[in-house]
Design a protein. Structure first.
Length: 532
């Protein structure tokens, strides 16, 4: 089957080359915009807030849900922080009985390994991961282009003040992430031979049925699965390919580059590489990727610290712009509320808190206490958004001071990743090449992770046959080409729409099922107390 799919790509090549003269990138962009525009308008329908300000309706369940969980769990995002660190350190490992779970052969690679855990298990792993391994695996999928390109997009539209609201969203999102990942473990399905299936599809269906809302649970589970498939094609695929190509085109010469205006060609090459990985041979390749990606995260963070150290005297002024811009923005559409919207949108896209996707991977963790994994998961928005996104934002704000020319606040940049590149190059002239390697690796890793999320949802809808698996993976590869070919505006609109659409059924379920999470938390905290 792998040979058949690769042969189909070979057949596509001459067709794409022939279409190049017809302006294939422009045609793909136009067709995609026409096909998806109606959905984007529904998801981002704006409700009048004041005479001058309109607010996206999807922000209400996101923000109100995160606030509700923060209050309901009595500030778990803060009081559970150090407990989470101790769990990751292994302090409470002796609470576990040692019983693990295997993963379903229907959701694994040809080697029988779970796609999202093989990168972090040891030589003797059986498809199970420790809390620390689960955290690093999840971070390798979330720390990436959302932190690099997404932050620049948010600042270009909302100004420096968007950073403040990203930080607030990151803190609040910790409670949402805790809730969904606890439920992911609580309601995972263990099949014959100890195989596991998990994620929102299962806790929405099973959890709501246990509350007497079986019909609602089935509807919400199907809604989530449909949107998750779309999210895997959008934010988990097209956005990654789009921004990877944007930087590749710039670094290789811009308008003088051979690839200039040939996003489809870059996408074709990338899709073949992604296809090889997700269709077969994933185990050895992904283990290498797992070693490289954390290094690139480290290189990116160190580079940000170098830029900040070189401009250390400007950091207080940068924070001043961030705080003043959050409440008294000048020339930004929508005023303070408009800035808040941009901050929360980009934070949700970056850390996926409340979206439900992370619980699909976390549900396979080896633990006897569901809340233990929920606590570990709440560290993700903190690291991803509060730390890494803030570093990127500070670099951009500082580089844009006194007419730095990185961007004009209030006008969306054509490419978020190239704007970030320009900001870093004010101190590190050759950073474009470093960033290019990091971006391609981040994009590649995120695509692999999201192809797993999307296939889990696809299998829930259409069954777990090999035919359905290859059908989904072929479509996933096609969307790599589409994402590389169309404009950032169309990509980010569709990606945001799908991500936020996933959040709606998930958040409804989280609110109804929150009492189960409280039970799990009390049980785990009692176990810790009894141990001490």
């Amino acid at each position: 089957m792998k040979k058949i799919i690769l042969s189909l790509f070979a057949l596509l090549m001459p067709l794409l080359i022939f279409a190049q003269d017809q302006g294939i990138d422009e045609k793909i962009n136009e067709v995609f915009g026409n096909l998806t525009g109606w959905f984007v308008k529904i998801i981002f329908y704006q409700i009048p807030f004041t005479d001058d300000i309109k607010v996206f309706w999807v922000l209400f369940p996101l923000i109100l849900g995160a606030i509700y969980f923060t209050i309901y769990f009595k500030g778990i995002n803060f009081k559970g922080f150090f407990t989470a660190i101790n769990i990751v350190r292994g302090k409470y490992d002796d609470l576990e009985t040692g019983g693990g779970v295997d993963v379903s052969p229907d959701i694994t690679t040809n080697d029988g390994d779970l796609l999202d855990t093989i990168r972090v298990e040891g030589e003797h792993g059986q498809g199970e991961v420790s809390h620390f391994q689960a955290l690093t695996a999840a971070l390798s999928g979330t720390v990436g282009l959302g932190n690099i390109a997404g932050v620049a997009v948010a600042l270009s539209i909302g100004g420096p003040g968007a950073t403040f609201w990203m930080i607030i969203a990151g803190f609040l999102g910790m409670a949402s992430k805790f809730t969904e990942c606890t439920l992911g473990v609580r309601f995972r399905e263990i099949g014959e031979g100890g195989v596991v299936y998990g994620g929102p599809m299962y806790y929405l269906k099973k959890g709501l049925a246990s509350k007497g809302f079986a019909g609602l649970g089935k509807v919400l589970a199907v809604m989530f699965a449909i949107m998750c498939v779309g999210g895997s094609f959008g934010g988990g695929n097209m956005f990654q390919a789009n921004q990877a190509f944007a930087l590749f085109e710039t670094v290789t010469g811009g308008e003088e580059s051979f690839f200039y205006g040939k996003g489809w060609l870059f996408g074709l090459i990338m899709s073949i590489l992604v296809g090889i990985v997700i269709i077969g041979g994933i185990k050895s390749i992904a283990k290498v990727t797992d070693k490289i990606v954390p290094i690139m995260v480290g290189v990116y963070v160190i580079s940000a610290l170098i830029v900040l150290a070189a401009n250390i005297t400007l950091i207080p002024a940068a924070f001043g712009e961030i705080l003043s811009g959050a409440f008294a923005p000048l020339g930004i559409a929508g005023g303070a509320v408009g800035v808040l919207i941009q901050g929360f949108k980009r934070a949700a896209f970056s850390n996926e808190a409340g979206i439900g996707s992370a619980s699909i991977a976390h549900s396979a963790v080896k633990t006897d206490y569901a809340a233990s994994e929920g606590l570990v998961a709440l560290l993700e928005p903190f690291i991803d958004t509060v730390l890494v996104c803030t570093m990127t934002a500070l670099v951009i704000v500082i580089s844009n001071m006194d007419g730095g020319g990185v961007m004009a606040y209030g006008t969306e940049v054509p490419s978020g990743v190239t704007a970030t590149q320009s900001a870093f190059e004010t101190v590190i002239p050759s950073f474009g090449y470093i960033l290019l390697i990091a971006v391609i690796l981040f994009a590649f890793s995120t695509m692999i992770s999201w192809s797993y999320y999307g296939y889990q949802a696809w299998a829930y809808l259409f069954g777990r046959s090999k035919q359905q698996e290859y059908a989904y993976k072929f479509l996933f590869c096609i969307f790599v080409i589409i994402g590389s070919s169309i404009t950032l505006g169309n990509v980010i609109d569709f990606s945001d729409a799908m991500i936020f659409a996933m959040m709606v059924p998930n958040m409804i379920g989280l609110v109804i099922l929150a009492p189960y999470v409280k039970e799990e938390l009390e049980k785990y905290m009692k176990a810790i107390k009894d141990k001490s």
